[in-house]
Design a protein around this ligand. Structure first.
Ligand SMILES: C[S@@+](CC[C@H](N)C(=O)[O-])C[C@H]1O[C@@H](n2cnc3c(N)ncnc32)[C@H](O)[C@@H]1O
Length: 317
């Protein structure tokens, strides 16, 4: 069953009213975004921001379907989020709304967000200010957007040094494929390298949510989810202190899997489009001790690596 998310009315009014966002899917143009001009950022805001909102909102709901995870988080009052390549921040707003709904004691969310596109960062800054006046958001939140182009390992290390806290959630949504296309940063597998850099920033009960597009790389017969799974598996085999918790099958198979194709489909409804579809592949990774605790008793038979008949369209469990 595909999950549909409705964009809240107040958010719809802000993006399509105040920011004059435009709904116009342009898959051929959205592939590389650091240099996109303001007009394209408006198109991104009207088309892809709502999808990212729905993805994050649905993924966090799925995470909290794990009762042990939910119990572990119940008392939390303050949450730190890092968003790597945030763009206009659809996933940040989706997380804020989702977490506010899921965590009754939550009082405050602190967000550090980085992206290379100055117009996207500017929109996120102003959007963050707009959200402070919204009646539906009861918690306090602080978004700290940073404009940085991260091209080399040294850039990444400098960026990590700038951050002075650890995080409950580290996000990267639909961005690492752009590093692959631009051949920036990594000579190996970018997903593997980014996971190596970001995992040490997780709090003991933190979760890294790495999500990306499900299309094919330009020049080879390989899909991004395959490259992502291969890279994440490599990183987790090098460093046994962390384990995947979603998809459930990866918790069991990441030691052996060579990187299968997977995807999840969400839809979002807003004033410009009913049930707009978005397809992503994602993994959620935690500290191994925490993962072992919350995965106790959970089984999975939906692994395409060992079960060729497993339905790739079936939502993750
Ligand atoms: C498709 S957008 C996704 C934005 C947002 N995460 C979302 O899901 O809506 C990818 C983002 O990655 C950023 N990006 C790509 N390469 C980058 C780099 N080398 N350094 C920093 N940001 C980069 C782009 O500027 C763009 O905003």
């Amino acid at each position: 069953m595909i999950v549909n998310v409705n964009l809240p009315q107040w958010l719809d009014s802000i993006i399509y009213g105040k920011y004059e966002a435009v709904y116009e899917p342009r898959p051929q143009d959205v592939v590389y975004n650091p240099d996109q001009p303001y007009d394209f950022v408006k198109l991104y805001l009207g088309t892809y921001f709502p999808r990212s909102f729905a993805e994050a909102n649905s993924i966090v709901l799925k995470l909290f379907q794990n009762i042990k995870y939910k119990d572990a988080m119940q008392q939390i009052e303050e949450i730190n989020i890092l968003d790597f390549c945030c763009g206009t921040g659809g996933e940040i707003v989706g997380m804020i709304i989702g977490l506010q709904f899921l965590l009754p004691n939550l009082k405050r969310i602190n967000v550090d967000a980085v992206d290379a596109n100055p117009d996207a960062i500017r929109v996120l800054y102003h959007l963050g200010e707009d959200l402070k006046g919204v009646d539906d958001i009861k918690i306090e939140f602080h978004i700290h957007p940073m404009c940085l182009f991260i091209e080399t390992g040294q850039d990444f290390e400098d960026f990590i040094q700038m951050l002075n806290r650890e995080y409950h959630y580290i996000l990267s949504f639909k961005a690492l494929n752009e590093f692959v296309q631009n051949r920036s940063f990594s000579v190996g597998n970018i997903y593997s390298d980014v996971v190596d850099y970001l995992l040490p920033l997780l709090l003991p009960d933190g979760a890294l949510i790495l999500s990306d597009v499900t299309t094919k790389l330009d020049d080879v017969y390989l899909f991004y989810p395959e490259l992502m799974n291969k890279g994440i598996n490599e990183a987790l085999r090098r460093n046994r202190s962390y384990k995947s918790i979603i998809p459930h099958s990866c918790y069991y198979m990441e030691d052996k899997c060579e990187g299968c194709y997977m995807q999840d489909i969400f839809t979002v409804t807003h004033s410009r489009k009913q049930m707009d579809r978005t397809k992503v592949a994602y993994r959620i990774i935690c500290h191994a001790d925490f993962a072992n605790t919350i995965m106790d008793g959970i089984r999975s038979n939906n692994c395409r690596a060992v079960n060729r008949l497993a339905d790739k369209f079936e939502p993750y469990r």
